[in-house]
Design a protein around this ligand. Structure first.
Ligand code: PLP
Length: 377
């Protein structure tokens, strides 16, 4: 029996390796490795794809988020509302600036920030809301922008897991004031190394981000601010241009896999499958089920299922085992029980194998293994 990994990048390389190799060799021969037309072209293509006026490529989504916060002048003491159920960088960059991440619990149905709890968290120090489109599922941006507008707050979308996802027909990253993307290899559009981008329709913000990512210079060797060095390499830009041509197809394949999972898994008792929400079109970065613990075995139940799955040749992942408010760095100002939905999801979630090339027979193997594992416990 072959092992089914949670994701598989070499399978993708088998399909597009020829084009990737040719693009890489062209860059190597060109002698232009930093900046240049390949990066400019990629920025143009990505802005067009997302539907924004501007795109600034950079080294990672972590940098994209940091640049976004700095471009709207987030300072020490400012508050930024976000979710405790996300990858660490979402909150980390807020703290990097001395600002305060103000967590709001999640909606267990979408795993995203609970829009109905945002207003209670707004104070006169709140400057921005930083929603995350987790697992590729878009936040209800119509509702979120209404809240932001009525309180005059900035909105920065963390789109790291949602490249290509739409809300009400618009791509995420084009709805808030600023969108931040990751091209980390396992993301829906992944480079062969680190990469990220910021999207916006605001020309002032775009110019500021261009300056900040380049040591705070607008004009060569004239430094107006303390910036950072955050670039997308020409090699990565060339690879991303090749991969962008396939992104919509890959996202469609992910959707087909998700609907097959849904068909097979929704009748199974003892698990909760993710449901698409009206208005949003997920790109299924992850297919994440919930395994609520039975009362006779409340702790470690999900972890036992995960072990059983592994023994049956199926890899799975836990995103995320510890919500951010309970992380050592934030625990002193927060407490267990503060965000019950996020805490519950951390105990229940299990992400099943999900990558565009996952064949139907292997998907069935995942389903059978999961059924068997649930019977064992
Ligand atoms: C991956 C990820 C990031 C960070 O992206 P990098 O490019 O690795 O810096 C930020 N937020 C979320 C939600 C992510 O999944």
């Amino acid at each position: 029996m072959n092992f089914i990994p949670p994701f598989n990048l070499s399978e993708q390389y088998k399909w597009i390796g020829g084009d990737v190799d040719a693009a890489v060799l062209r860059v190597l021969a060109s002698g232009y490795y930093i900046g240049g037309s390949l990066v400019d072209d990629f920025e143009r293509q990505f802005a067009d794809y997302i539907g924004t006026a501007d795109c600034m490529a950079c080294n990672s989504c972590t940098d994209a988020l940091l640049l976004a916060l700095r471009s709207i002048d987030i300072q020490a003491g400012d508050e930024v509302i976000t979710t405790p159920f996300t990858f660490f960088s979402t909150a980390e960059v807020i703290s990097t600036l001395g600002a305060v991440p103000v967590f709001v619990d999640i909606d267990p149905q979408t795993f995203n920030i609970d829009l109905n709890q945002i207003e209670a968290a707004i104070t006169d120090r709140t400057k921005a809301i930083l929603p995350v489109h987790l697992f590729g599922q878009p936040v209800n941006m119509t509702h979120l922008m209404d809240i932001a507008q009525s309180h005059k707050l900035w909105v920065i979308e963390d789109c790291a897991q949602a490249t290509g996802a739409t809300w009400a027909g618009a791509k995420v990253g084009s709805i808030g004031h600023i969108g931040c993307f990751s091209f980390y290899p396992t993301k829906n559009l992944g480079a062969c190394g680190d990469g990220g981008a910021v999207t916006t329709n605001d020309t002032t913000i775009a110019a500021k981000i261009r300056m900040l990512r380049d040591h705070g210079q607008r004009q060569r060797y004239v430094y107006e601010e303390i910036g950072i060095n955050s670039r997308l390499d020409a090699l990565q830009a060339a690879i991303l241009q090749v991969k962008m041509r396939h992104l919509d197809t890959w996202n469609e394949q992910r959707r087909a896999i998700a609907s097959r999972y849904h068909q097979f898994l929704s009748p199974i008792p003892g698990i909760v499958v993710p449901e698409a929400i009206d208005g949003g079109d997920s790109v299924w970065h992850q297919y994440t089920i919930r395994i609520p613990a039975p009362t006779h075995n409340p702790t470690h139940y999900r972890d036992q299922i995960r072990q059983e799955l592994k023994q049956r040749g199926v890899g799975s992942m836990i995103y995320y085992p510890i919500p951010l408010h309970l992380q050592p760095i934030y625990a002193s100002t927060h407490h267990l029980g503060q965000f019950p939905a996020a805490e519950q999801m951390a105990i229940e979630v299990l992400s099943l194998p999900m990558f565009p090339e996952l064949p139907p027979d292997q998907q069935e193997q995942v389903v059978y293994a999961l059924k068997d594992s649930l019977m064992m416990e």
